[in-house]
Unconditional design. Sequence first.
Length: 199
Amino acid sequence: MPELIDRGHFHNLARLDAGEVTARVPVTYLDQAQSYSLDILDSRCLISPGEYKVSTQDGFPPLHEYFHLFAVHYLLTGQNVEPKNEWISEKDLPGGVTFFRGPHEIPTSLITEKVGDSLESFHLLCQKRGGTPLDMADSAYTFQVTKKIPVAVLYWLGDEDFPAEVKLLFDRSLNSHFALDIVYALAVGLCEELGNTPL
């Protein structure tokens, strides 16, 4: 089975100056371990380029492996830009209409399968993972995936014609940081994390 994160990305990260990386993105460089520490959701990743490894720091809950891929690319390509506070869908990103379909459709069903047709369950789920209420849809929460990468999770109750529905929205600044495949990794990571959180 191929590795999720190509070793070439770790090589590229190892060649970067740590001061330049920490100036661009909200990450801490651990000089003794020659690794980076990055807060993602309610956890903390340790990115170790020399060991070709991303792990969860001791005492923090593990994260889905797509967040490991996201973390490496955030250090490689993340920019020192503030969120624009303008929500867009994945289809609003350049090239998003053709990319985010078929095998790259965002699996928000993982969240609706968890909460069903229950606002109470949705509230509980989002609160357990550190979400902040947002006045959109029937209910919505924002998640600081990292300090400068917010994602909104919107929920609509079902009715006799349509089942409950969840959509993700992203800050317009996301296009400054990532290619579409890493936006997909970010989205899948969040859906997996929420979908696998015990209620």
